[in-house]
Design a protein around this ligand. Structure first.
Ligand SMILES: [Mn+2]
Length: 274
């Protein structure tokens, strides 16, 4: 089995198809991993969702902040933002099925053989791999139950708490877990998330480091596949693979063939904007 991982699709279906053709993706043999943010900003969110749902047994995706925004809109809990392009999805006759599929997607996945994990934004540096998986599962269970999903979506839109403590109350805990997995970019050396900055230039500031520059207790010989941070460009090291190359901003869309051995570099494929 070959695993191909693709960066943020953001409602862009055509370049996804071009990449699948380029790698000769064969659903009987291969699996597609998506780093999340399947929808929004681009013009083809509905097509992307229908396509991924149609290959759901060959597709592993994690939830991104835009996917969660769409869920909140579908439940009528959030209004549109000026840059949203989700109207077609929200009016689709199969909206309910698509949203049911979406809220069953995880926040984090792992492939033990390849020693590879995937999430949308990153893994909070103060969590071990096992803790991260457990905390992801905690929120995934809430999303999978329709009533608790709706309740949770009403309460997650805040940047607080900025720091993890195991003593956090239920809602604060869920909110932090979602923010870390789907929105994190910078973190302070003491563990505070900075959720307001998205650039990359100021990376050397003392109190604001990219999350992946802070060491993880037990992920040294694992690879973390993620997206969400187009300003980074392609990041391809043995430990970190960021596939968000900002297609929606005129960059490439990027796909990687994940090597069986995480120490080996992955093979990168890309298709230009347009
Ligand atoms: Mn994102």
């Amino acid at each position: 089995m070959t695993i191909y991982a693709v960066g943020d699709l953001q409602g862009c279906y055509d370049p996804l198809l071009r990449l699948l053709e380029q790698v000769r993706f064969d659903p009987s043999r291969d699996t597609l991993w998506c780093v999340g943010d399947l929808v929004n900003r681009g013009p083809q969110s509905l097509k992307v969702l229908r396509f991924l749902k149609s290959i759901e047994n060959q597709c592993v995706t994690v939830l991104g902040n835009h996917d969660i925004h769409l869920l909140a809109m579908a439940y009528g809990l959030r209004g549109p933002r000026p840059s949203d392009t989700l109207k077609k999805v929200l009016k689709a006759p199969d909206l309910q099925e698509l949203m049911d599929w979406l809220r069953h997607q995880p926040l984090m996945v792992q492939d033990q053989k390849r020693r590879t994990v995937m999430c949308h934004a990153g893994i909070y540096p103060w969590w071990t791999r096992k803790q991260a998986l457990k905390r992801a599962a905690e929120v995934e269970a809430l999303f999978r139950d329709e009533a608790s999903c709706e309740k949770l979506l009403q309460k997650i839109y805040s940047n607080q708490p900025s720091k993890w403590k195991s003593s956090l109350g239920k809602t604060q805990r869920a909110r932090f877990i979602i923010n870390a997995f789907t929105r994190m970019r910078f973190c302070s050396p003491k563990g505070h998330l900075n959720l307001t900055e998205s650039g990359y230039a100021g990376r050397t500031r003392k109190n604001r480091l990219p999350w992946f520059e802070l060491s993880h207790p037990d992920l040294d010989d694992w690879r973390i596949v993620f997206g969400h941070w187009s300003a980074l460009g392609l990041l391809n090291t043995p430990q970190h693979l960021c596939l968000d190359t900002g297609y929606i901003w005129g960059g490439d869309m990027t796909m990687a063939r994940l090597s069986k051995n995480p120490e080996k570099k992955v093979k990168i494929f890309s298709t230009p904007f347009g």
